[in-house]
Each structure stands twice: as structure tokens, then as C-alpha cells.
Design a protein around this ligand. Structure first.
Ligand code: NAD
Length: 440
């Protein structure tokens, strides 16, 4: 089947690659002409495990191509997927202007029955609003389907290749037939294919992200509590996870949740509730708890230095919002870095994937430098670990101690082996575990 995908970001590009791998003829479209030019050379503008290789293979096989022209790109496509951004607006609601623009533009260009598939995360009721907009500009037959995306950055390609579930919201048998054909090989490989109303599909996405964010907020707050009682959240987390109703997944603690989805989707959910007079108190509390947690890591550093970081050099390991991605949008690591800068610190930062994005964002800021993992420790007064990249698990403590002015570590992700830190004679402040202070 010929499929067009509008938006070649963290969702659109891996989705296009996976569909091409499943034998479809895919055209990925974007208004960002530089991005399309890069993609045409077989270079991925985003960093995701396995994506570069898969991109090259699918282009070489002739199954994936790119266009910055919507008319050319959707020509002959039976389904047009919309995977553009739905950022937070001032009210907390999802800003749907990009989705509506794509819908109207596609509506004006279609010349045969087309299924408009919404992959962007949108509030319940959006499919109906999109349908109205397309109907206003065309007489050609079409359907609108909600098909939210559940992949996570850092595992994007693996997730879209083998999705935990494919959720399809539609009441049109004709559109459902097209969706079944698109996902036929996935279904035959045992993937869950869940058909429901458009509103249910739209809400499934928002509520899934809301629940995941709430789980992280709960665990992050639990870590703060554990630390206050001299307990160790790492022991607690594992013993809690022994209960299958709680489970091991998504139980890790960190300096707050961020990224391009949880913050905006949580607030969009709160907004959705308000529209129908429902106070989503649990979601609100999770959001508030996250605001508090986001300040904790930088707060620990400030407390250690009595609130004054002037003249201090802080090494920062981690810029992305989590491991295996270059995405720094709403990253707790970036939030922590900005708080330390505001308090007068100089920052020397390392991240295995996100340094280019951070360099671009902070190109004017002379107080931030970037470098290899151990180089950034040179003469540092403290090290802050803010993301969970695996590379931080193995640390050469002797090298670290030689490089740093003093071995002072704030480990917001509990990456460093506690036993090594205990023996190392370092000041070690993890997240939800007793502080190790060799001078006490
Ligand atoms: P993104 O910002 O990475 O990519 C969006 C792309 O759309 C950009 O390249 C932009 O240039 C392009 N675009 C915007 N308007 C366009 C237009 N009119 N025509 C063509 N291209 C256009 O966004 P993303 O992270 O991929 O997210 C897309 C949607 O998927 C959002 O609704 C998001 O909430 C949802 N989602 C994201 C994730 C994630 O982890 N990033 C996971 C699941 C769902």
C-alpha cells in the first residue's frame, strides 16, 4: 500500500521506516526543507538506536522516500498519517494548529478516497473536528481515523516495529479495512489490534501517558521520603516490584519527568477534565509533585555549597531528558543546569547523544562548555548526574578523583554503584538513599 506520513520527527520518521520495512511504499513529508534534504542523503536528523541503519536500508530498497511537497508526497496514497507536533498552549490545552493545517491542506489536495490517520497525540473529539475541516474543503470521499502512537524515545524503532498495541479509533468499516491492511503483517505477528471509537482511542493515549507520569511522580516522591528516613529506595523499589500488581517496569527514580510528551500530555489531560467540569486531582497532584522533584537535584547542590555557586565549576553528565535520545525538550537535566547557572555556577557538560542539540541551544552562553566524559571533570567542584545513560554505570573512581577538585557527586539517577561510592571516599548524594560523607 502507498502510505504518506506528514511530519518526520521522533514519531513520523521511525513509523515511516517501520512501515517501509513491512513492505509498504512510504513517502515521508515535512515542511522543514533542510530536514528533508538531510533525510534524502540517508542521514537521520534524530538519534534513535538502529534508526540510521534502517533508514539507509529502506531508502536503498526503494521503499522509503521523502518530499517537502505535500501534493507530490500524498499523490496516490490510500492513507495519510499525520505525525506533527501538538505542543502545549497557554491554557494547558494541546495546540492543534499544526494538525488542522495538515488536515485542511490534505483535504484540498486529495482526488480519491483517502484515510486521514491521526498519529499525533490529540484531545478526545479531535477526529470529529478534523473531519469537519476536511469536509469543508473537499467533495472527495474520506475518513478520519485516530491511531495514537505509544512508542517511547530511546526505543522508538523497536517500539514501532513491535508495538505493544495498535489502537484504531473509527466507526467506518471502509477505513478499518484500510487500517487492517496497513497493519496486516503486525497483526499476523501477534500484535494487539484494538478497535474502538475515535474518542476512546484519543483518550487511551492521554490516559496512558497520564498514568505513566503519575507512576514516576509517586516513585520520585517515595525516594524523597526514603532519603529522609535513611532508607534506600533502590532496595525498596526492587522489593515493591516483586508484587506483580506493581511490577518492575518504570520503577526507576530520577530528577523529575520531562521530555516532549509527559509534561504537555499531563496538562492537556487536566485541561480535558476541566472542559467537562471534572477535576483530575490525581493528575494535578502528579504534576505538582513533579514540579517539586525537578528542583530537588539542583537544590541538593545549592544546599551543599550554602546557596552560592559563584566561582564553582559543576560537571554535568546528562543533557537529554533520558537515555538513548538526543532530545533535550523539557529535560530535567537542562532544568537542573539552568538552576545551577542562575546560582552563579559554570557548567562543563557531557552527554553521549545530546551535546549537539545543547550546543546549538546554548551557543551564546559562555558559562557552559562541553567535552568528553572525564574531561568535563577537570577541576570541577562537583559532578551532577542527571540522565540514566548506561555509560555512567561504570565509573573509574580513581580517574574521577584525580580530575576533580574534590570528589563530590550528586547522582540524580542512582547510576553509580553504591558499593563503589561507599569505598571510594567520595561525598555521594544519590536519589532516595543515605548520603555518603567520608568526613563524618
Ligand atoms: P517533532 O517535533 O519531533 O516532529 C514534528 C515534525 O512535524 C517536525 O519535523 C515539523 O517540521 C513537522 N511539521 C510541522 N508542521 C508540518 C506540516 N504542516 N507539514 C509537514 N510537516 C510538518 O514531534 P514528535 O515528537 O514526532 O511528536 C509528534 C506527535 O506525536 C505529537 O503529537 C506528540 O505528542 C506525539 N507523540 C510523540 C512521542 C515522542 O516520544 N516524541 C510519542 C508518542 C506520541
Amino acid at each position: 500500500m502507498k502510505i504518506a506520513i506528514v511530519g518526520t520527527g521522533y514519531v513520523g520518521l521511525p513509523t515511516g521506516v517501520a512501515f517501509a520495512e513491512h513492505g509498504h511504499e512510504v513517502v515521508c513529508i515535512d515542511t522543514d526543507t533542510d530536514r528533508i534534504a538531510t533525510l534524502r542523503q540517508g542521514i537521520s536528523p534524530i538519534k534513535e538506536p538502529g534508526l540510521s541503519q534502517a533508514l539507509l536500508s529502506t531508502i536503498e530498497a526503494g521503499d522509503l522516500s521523502f518530499s517537502d511537497n505535500l501534493k507530490d508526497g500524498i499523490e496516490g496514497a490510500e492513507a495519510v498519517f499525520c505525525a506533527v507536533g501538538t505542543p502545549e498552549s497557554e491554557t494547558g490545552a494541546a495546540n492543534l494548529e499544526f494538525v488542522f493545517k495538515v488536515a485542511e491542506d490534505v483535504g484540498k489536495l486529495i482526488s480519491q478516497y483517502t484515510v486521514f490517520v491521526n498519529k499525533s497525540t490529540v484531545p478526545a473529539g479531535t477526529a470529529a473536528a478534523v473531519r469537519d475541516r476536511i469536509a469543508a474543503v473537499t467533495d472527495v470521499e474520506f475518513d478520519v481515523v485516530s491511531n495514537p502512537e505509544f512508542m517511547a524515545e530511546g526505543t522508538a524503532l523497536a517500539d514501532v516495529r513491535t508495538p505493544s498495541r495498535i489502537v484504531v479509533g473509527t466507526s467506518s468499516p471502509r477505513a478499518l479495512e484500510v487500517m487492517r491492511e496497513i497493519y496486516d503483517t503486525y497483526i499476523r505477528n501477534g500484535r494487539n489490534f484494538r478497535v474502538m471509537s475515535e474518542e476512546s482511542a484519543e483518550l487511551t493515549k492521554h490516559l496512558s501517558n497520564g498514568l505513566l507520569a503519575t507512576k514516576v511522580s509517586f516513585n520520585n516522591e517515595a525516594a524523597t521520603l526514603a532519603e529522609a528516613y535513611g532508607a534506600d529506595i533502590e532496595d525498596i523499589r526492587i522489593a515493591m516490584g516483586d508484587d506483580p500488581r506493581i511490577g518492575r517496569d518504570f520503577m526507576y527514580v530520577g530528577p523529575g519527568w520531562g521530555g516532549s510528551c509527559f509534561p504537555k500530555d499531563s496538562r492537556a489531560l487536566i485541561w480535558l477534565g476541566q472542559q467537562v467540569g471534572i477535576d483530575l486531582k490525581v493528575m494535578q497532584a502528579a504534576d505538582e509533585a513533579n514540579d517539586v522533584k525537578m528542583r530537588e537535584l539542583s537544590g541538593n547542590v545549592l544546599d551543599y555549597f550554602d546557596g552560592d555557586l559563584k566561582g564553582k565549576k559543576i560537571a554535568l553528565w546528562g543533557l537529554a531528558f533520558k537515555k538513548n535520545t538526543d532530545d533535550i525538550r523539557e529535560s530535567p537535566a537542562i532544568f537542573t543546569m539552568e538552576r545551577l547557572l542562575d546560582a552563579g555556577a559554570k557548567i562543563s557538560a557531557y552527554d553521549p547523544l545530546a551535546m549537539e542539540n545543547a550546543k546549538t541551544k546554548y551557543s551564546d552562553n559562555k558559562k557552559i562548555s562541553f567535552g568528553p566524559r572525564y574531561d568535563v571533570l577537570e577541576d570541577a567542584d562537583a559532578l551532577v548526574i542527571a540522565t540514566d545513560s548506561e555509560v555512567y554505570r561504570i565509573v573509574n573512581m580513581e580517574k574521577l578523583k584525580q580530575k576533580m577538585k574534590a570528589p563530590v557527586i550528586f547522582d540524580g539517577r542512582n547510576m553509580i554503584d553504591y558499593k563503589i561510592a561507599t569505598k571510594g571516599g567520595v561525598y555521594y548524594h544519590g536519589n532516595g538513599r543515605p548520603i555518603l560523607n567520608p568526613h563524618e
